[in-house]
Ligand binder design. Sequence first.
Ligand code: HEC
Ligand code: HEC
Ligand code: HEC
Ligand code: HEC
Ligand code: HEC
Ligand code: HEC
Ligand code: HEC
Ligand code: HEC
Ligand code: HEC
Ligand code: HEC
Ligand code: HEC
Ligand code: HEC
Ligand code: HEC
Length: 461
Amino acid sequence: MVVLLAGGVVAAQDIPTTRVRDCTTSGCHAPIVDHPIMHGPTAIGACDACHEYDDPAQHTFVVKRQGAELCTFCHLGADTQLSLVGHKPFDEGRCTGCHDPHGSTSRNMLKAATTAQLCALCHEGAIQGTHVHTPAAAGDCLGCHGAHGAEHEKLLSRTGNDLCLTCHQDTKQLLATAELPHKPATENCLNCHAAHASDNLAHLTSPPEALCESCHPGPPQIARAAKFKHDAVLEGKACLNCHQPHASNHEGMLKSDPVGACLVCHDKPITLDDGKVVGSVADIAKKGEFLHGPVRQGLCTGCHELHGSDHSRLLAAEYTPNFYEPFSLEYYALCFKCHAQELVLNRETTAETNFRNGGLNLHYAHVNQDKQGRSCRSCHATHASVNELHIVEKVPYGKWELPLNFKRTDTGGSCNPGCHRPATYDRVNATIGIEGSDQEETPAPPPAATDPTDEPAPSGG
Ligand code: HEC
Ligand code: HEC
Ligand code: HEC
Ligand code: HEC
Ligand code: HEC
Ligand code: HEC
Ligand code: HEC
Ligand code: HEC
Ligand code: HEC
Ligand code: HEC
Ligand code: HEC
Ligand code: HEC
Ligand code: HEC
């Protein structure tokens, strides 16, 4: 390569026509040695370490050695050795693609002011998106990549999760100690995150719902197809409203125990756009409450299909929302998933239920009626109650609530509701006076909701 060393400040008529020894005197090529960061040989005027005359009369020069040799003539260190995975311009000896042989404004005489700007000379658009990974935003490309080459594909200094976990010690700790690490996270962080940037939170490769769906198509499909939907599943942070992405100590990769995960939203009533109110279930976390078996075990899924359901209130099976219901097992399918249906089937029994007066089955008497069968909710709270056996404090009747005043004894119990006069049952010594609901008094009309066929308000708990 023959170069006319026109330093920019030298007028054509001033170009020397004989050999000169010092190229930077009297203003000639002064800019070559005027850089904040200077290359060693250039700084001491050893121009001839790299340049030699081609034709002194024409003042033309050739570069002494070509390609990498120009540099490796002096630089013999490890930095200039080939790596397992090489960076193409380095391997091709295009050292001056990145380094200015004379000097520049940055360390190592890079051809741009910062590393990131240097990389952008050839990799424009490597970092694109509204959510940029902090080290990439800070221009610390070399935090992950080798400039000349590296041990691993894509010029990476470490492979797979090792790369990410050197900086992300918290995540490392979590994956090592959590009871249930999420498989894709232990496999490869890049299953979900872009290394540099994306348009999604936490620079995820796609928005949360689509991301989870790519491996778990079931739940979002259920969510979209379900007759009764749970907005939390597809909206906002979607799956992340309830699930952890990396690891969890709770079954089903839940964010916390189910009670905690649900109460984030359900510790207060939620009013929907159409005016419907979803009641608070804060009582499931109250001290001193008797919690229904599955609630106590944190098994909200025993009764609810959280991703979406074909039964109202996201129930796993039918459970009538009404106070009165002509008897059919279908209306109570939910309860009889876990409890023996025999408790309401036979008028006479000595074993199928404790709610009996002598041999008369009082579950049968109340529930198993053609017209005005009373649903379980008239006596039992669903999630929690201050009474044992989840007996409600008040009977929800229309918009009115009748105190039940239930008292339990060793062999029976009593109540004093608004539905009928005080009544006592005893399994050993049958009491007289409540010979089954046929003789039972009809409830006094409630003051607020006068129509007894009014749908009563749900018990809300
Ligand atoms: C380490 C090798 C090296 C040293 C030392 C060196 N140069 Fe260069 N110089 C080059 C190379 C290589 C080029 C070709 C331009 C390129 O590829 O970037 C060049 C180009 C030039 C040019 C023409 C283009 C420009 O940048 O203006 C001038 C003038 C020049 N050198 C002057 C000098 C002077 C004067 C010195 C000593 C003070 C010097 N060089 C020291 C390697 C060197
Ligand atoms: C004539 C010998 C010589 C040649 C040829 C040479 N260098 Fe250097 N280089 C030096 C010396 C001397 C230093 C200063 C070392 C110091 O200060 O410790 C240096 C420093 C550097 C540095 C700064 C980092 C460091 O190690 O201190 C870089 C980067 C560098 N040279 C790149 C190049 C490149 C690229 C080429 C080829 C275009 C090249 N050098 C050619 C002698 C040379
Ligand atoms: C793609 C751009 C690029 C190319 C091509 C390149 N380098 Fe570098 N080089 C860099 C960057 C960036 C650094 C600074 C690395 C750092 O800070 O860790 C560097 C650092 C160096 C250093 C100093 C290392 C140190 O210990 O500080 C030397 C010497 C060097 N390069 C020589 C070369 C030689 C010789 C070639 C050609 C064979 C070359 N470079 C090609 C980008 C490049
Ligand atoms: C002078 C141009 C140039 C500069 C400057 C440059 N690169 Fe490159 N880089 C290349 C070329 C050419 C390739 C090979 C591309 C290919 O094979 O498709 C490459 C490949 C890569 C690859 C590997 C891509 C793959 O698919 O394996 C990475 C990573 C990379 N560069 C990172 C960087 C970083 C980080 C910087 C800044 C420190 C940088 N590059 C600066 C030219 C450059
Ligand atoms: C946190 C580590 C990290 C940082 C910081 C980082 N990268 Fe990367 N980069 C990666 C990983 C990991 C890949 C491989 C991505 C993959 O395989 O999907 C990659 C790939 C690349 C590629 C290859 C492109 C491709 O799509 O294959 C280029 C070019 C690149 N990075 C440039 C840069 C530049 C420029 C910077 C600084 C602005 C930078 N990187 C900062 C981790 C990083
Ligand atoms: C060089 C150190 C470094 C490496 C390597 C690194 N990160 Fe980061 N990362 C950071 C820093 C610093 C932050 C910002 C931390 C903060 O804001 O608390 C961050 C933040 C993040 C965030 C949070 C983004 C947000 O918006 O909340 C994610 C996700 C992330 N990194 C993923 C990765 C992945 C995946 C890898 C491996 C490809 C990786 N990181 C490798 C330093 C690193
Ligand atoms: C299954 C997908 C997935 C995988 C795999 C994954 N992440 Fe994440 N990561 C996420 C999601 C989703 C978020 C956002 C969480 C949020 O905002 O609620 C996140 C957030 C983060 C954050 C921000 C702080 C935090 O903990 O919430 C960091 C840091 C992070 N991830 C690092 C990593 C690292 C390191 C790996 C690999 C060991 C990894 N991630 C693997 C999905 C994933
Ligand atoms: C790259 C694929 C992949 C992505 C993306 C992914 N997962 Fe997973 N997930 C898995 C694998 C594999 C398992 C382990 C399944 C097994 O062990 O049977 C798993 C397990 C789970 C489990 C536990 C399943 C169980 O039966 O207990 C839940 C919950 C879960 N993932 C939720 C999510 C959520 C939420 C997201 C989005 C943030 C997500 N996953 C993203 C692959 C993925
Ligand atoms: C309202 C809370 C909630 C939301 C939002 C939610 N889930 Fe779930 N998910 C659960 C519960 C609770 C379980 C059952 C956990 C258990 O095993 O006890 C579960 C179980 C799972 C399981 C494992 C068993 C199964 O049913 O397949 C996967 C996979 C899963 N969810 C993925 C997702 C995905 C993907 C999304 C987003 C589209 C999502 N979840 C949204 C609460 C939720
Ligand atoms: C991010 C907030 C959020 C979280 C977390 C959440 N939900 Fe919901 N949930 C709602 C909203 C809003 C509704 C109102 C119905 C809808 O989605 O349109 C609802 C409705 C329901 C319903 C139906 C009520 C009705 O009368 O139709 C049930 C049951 C329910 N959620 C149970 C749960 C359980 C169990 C959990 C925990 C596993 C949970 N939710 C977690 C927001 C949430
Ligand atoms: C034994 C079955 C059962 C279990 C277990 C259960 N639920 Fe329910 N849940 C219901 C029924 C039935 C309803 C409808 C209201 C009613 O009839 O009491 C309901 C309604 C709800 C509602 C809506 C409240 C309203 O007033 O509309 C929320 C929120 C809810 N449940 C959350 C939970 C949470 C959180 C858990 C787990 C801690 C859970 N449920 C466990 C049966 C159950
Ligand atoms: C997912 C299973 C499951 C479903 C569905 C279910 N229960 Fe339960 N129920 C239990 C468990 C477990 C206990 C606790 C038994 C124990 O502590 O020995 C219990 C206890 C009870 C008790 C107290 C009796 C006792 O022996 O402690 C009553 C009353 C009750 N349930 C009524 C209902 C009603 C009404 C429904 C329908 C709305 C229903 N259950 C649905 C599992 C369920
Ligand atoms: C009229 C009030 C009333 C109605 C309606 C009612 N129960 Fe009960 N239930 C009770 C009383 C009182 C007890 C406690 C009996 C005892 O131990 O003294 C009881 C006990 C139970 C028990 C504990 C086991 C047993 O039979 O002793 C279960 C389970 C149960 N009920 C489920 C149901 C289901 C399911 C329904 C609806 C199909 C229902 N109950 C309807 C009042 C009622």
